[in-house]
Design a protein around this ligand. Structure first.
Ligand code: 1GP
Length: 239
C-alpha cells in the first residue's frame, strides 16, 4: 500500500472527503480491539491514524497487526516522537511542527527517525503540522513545549501553511489538539484551504457529525476523529 498520498490527492481533486479515526495506543487496550474494529469497519472512516503525544505502551505493533488482519483501511502512523515508528504500518505522517519554535520538533526528531524510516517500507508523507490555540492546554502543546498559533489570527495560520507548502510538505494538518475544548475555527480552515494547493487535514476537538460536516464545508479534505470515537465507539451511528 504505497499510494496513500496519491489517493488523498485524487480525492481532493474529485472533491471526495476523507475521514481518519485516530487510535492512541495508550488509550486503546489490545483486548478491546475485537469490539472496536467492527465499529471502524461500519463507520465512514477511510483511514486509521495511530499515535499520540506520549505513547508509553509497547503495543503499537500488535495493534497494527490486528488492524491489518481485520480492516482494509490504510494504517498511517501519526507519531509524537520516533519511538512510535512501527514498520507494521502502511505509511507515516512525517511531521514538522511548524507553529512552534522548538528545534526538537522542527528537525531533531526527524533526523533520529530518518535512518529507521530508510530501512522500512513505510510510505513517508511530509506533513506541515500546525497547532492552533483551542481553549484548553492540550497534550501536544505541553509535550512539544510550544505555543499554539493564536486562535483568531488567521493570517498567521495562512502564512505558516503557505510556508509549509513552499518547504515541500505534501499535506498541511491544522490541529486543535486531542480532546481540545474548541476545534480549529472554520474561518481559519476556509482561508488556509483557499490559499494552499496541497490537501488539508483538520483535527482536534471535533465532537459530533455536524462538526465534521462543518470542517468539510469550510475546506478540510480529511478530518480526524480521536476522542469522540474513543469515548463512544458508536459515535458514527449515534450522533
Ligand atoms: C488529535 O486531531 C486529532 O491529534 C484528534 O483529536 O481526539 O480531539 O478528536 P480529538
Amino acid at each position: 500500500m504505497q499510494n496513500i498520498y496519491n489517493e488523498i490527492l485524487q480525492s481532493k481533486i474529485q472533491g471526495k472527503k476523507l475521514l481518519a479515526i485516530l487510535l492512541d495506543p495508550d488509550k486503546v487496550a489490545l483486548d478491546s480491539l475485537e469490539n472496536i474494529i467492527p465499529k471502524i469497519n461500519q463507520s465512514p472512516a477511510t483511514h486509521i491514524f495511530i499515535g499520540g503525544s506520549l505513547v508509553l505502551t509497547n503495543t503499537i505493533d500488535a495493534i497494527i497487526r490486528e488492524l491489518k488482519e481485520k480492516t482494509k483501511l490504510p494504517i498511517v502512523l501519526f507519531p509524537g516522537n520516533p519511538s512510535q515508528i512501527s514498520i507494521e504500518a502502511h505509511g507515516i505522517l512525517f511531521l514538522t511542527l511548524l507553529s512552534g519554535r522548538n528545534p526538537d520538533f522542527l528537525i531533531e526528531h526527524q533526523v533520529k527517525a530518518a535512518p529507521i524510516l530508510k530501512k522500512s517500507n513505510l510510505e513517508i508523507i511530509s506533513t506541515g503540522y500546525i497547532l492552533i490555540e483551542s481553549g484548553n492546554q492540550t497534550a501536544v502543546a505541553s509535550v512539544s513545549k510550544t505555543i499554539p498559533l493564536p486562535r483568531h489570527n488567521t493570517e498567521i495560520a495562512v502564512a505558516t501553511s503557505l510556508a509549509g507548502e513552499f518547504l515541500g510538505n505534501k499535506l498541511i494538518y491544522l490541529e486543535a489538539g486531542s480532546g481540545a475544548e474548541l476545534p480549529v475555527p472554520l474561518d481559519t480552515i476556509s482561508l488556509v484551504s483557499k490559499n494552499i494547493k496541497i490537501p488539508l487535514i483538520v483535527g482536534g476537538g471535533i465532537k459530533n457529525i455536524q462538526g465534521i460536516k462543518d470542517a468539510y464545508t469550510a475546506g478540510a479534505d480529511l478530518v480526524v476523529i480521536g476522542t469522540a470515537f474513543e469515548n463512544d465507539p458508536d459515535f458514527f451511528t449515534n450522533s
